[in-house]
Design a protein around this ligand. Structure first.
Ligand code: SF4
Length: 242
């Protein structure tokens, strides 16, 4: 192998490693302070209502086709895949995160990689599987370098999520992390204050809890996530697994 090819491989491997670390939060701001990074003008915007969705005439499959070919914001320039969402199209429980990371961008699937594996364990702790629930993000394309989404990207992309929720009709949405919770609830309140209580998103109950990537850095908070998940299970009348 020539030296240029070797160097190129080293750069690629190093970049992927750093991107994974950023995705896991090792180089990121603490989730407690991350709210200062959310575009503040988004809080002044009123929520779109489901009946105002651009995509009222689309079912989930057609909505996905629309998203896969979306060029409504500049994230179309840097993405590899649009990560629409996966799971049971009639799930009672839906998980919503922030945006795809490097691994999700590469595979086109939400919540893969280490944080995704932890989410899978969280789901299994309820007695359900990933196939029983639906998993999506607020943004369908990865912001370069996992930077925080911009307000115009949120405004352009949120109608996809709104229509997803309208079609899936989950009984409970679990908002994973500061960003998803603050965007869904249009609040700049910290995740530590939001978590553990149900809120309303167009008639659907929302339980904010810590993002799995945050838990990888702060395993002492797992107990609080388990408490939040138990409230979700009680709401869904799921039996406690043995
Ligand atoms: S982030 Fe959303 S609005 Fe922007 S290009 Fe991707 S799918 Fe379209």
């Amino acid at each position: 192998m020539n030296i240029h090819r070797q160097l190129s491989q080293i750069v690629t491997t190093t970049r992927e490693y750093i991107e994974e670390q950023v995705q896991l939060g090792f180089f990121d701001m603490d989730e407690e302070t991350k709210n200062t990074e959310i575009p503040q003008d988004i809080f002044q915007n009123n929520h779109l209502k489901p009946e105002e969705s651009l995509y009222l005439d689309l079912d989930l499959d057609n909505l996905k086709m629309e998203a896969l070919d979306c060029h409504k914001c500049q994230l179309d320039q840097s993405r590899i895949h649009v990560v629409f969402g996966t799971g049971n199209q009639k799930a009672d429980l839906m998980f919503v995160g922030e945006a795809p990371g490097a691994e999700e961008d590469r595979t086109g699937k939400p919540f893969v990689g280490r944080a995704g594996q932890l989410l899978t364990k969280i789901i299994q702790s309820t007695g359900l599987t990933r196939d029983d629930v639906y998993i999506a993000n607020v943004l369908k394309c990865r912001p370069p370098g996992n930077r925080n989404p911009k307000s115009n990207e949120i405004e352009q992309c949120e109608p996809y999520l709104l229509r997803q929720i309208d079609l899936i009709e989950p009984k409970v949405i679990c908002a994973l992390g500061t960003f998803a919770a603050q965007i869904l609830l249009r609040t700049d309140e910290r995740i530590s204050k939001l978590r553990g209580n149900f809120y309303n998103y167009h008639g659907t109950k929302v339980m904010p809890t810590y993002h799995p990537a945050y838990l990888l850095r702060n395993p002492e908070n797992k107990r609080q996530v388990w408490e939040d998940i138990q409230k979700v299970m009680a709401e869904l009348r799921l039996p406690t697994p043995n």
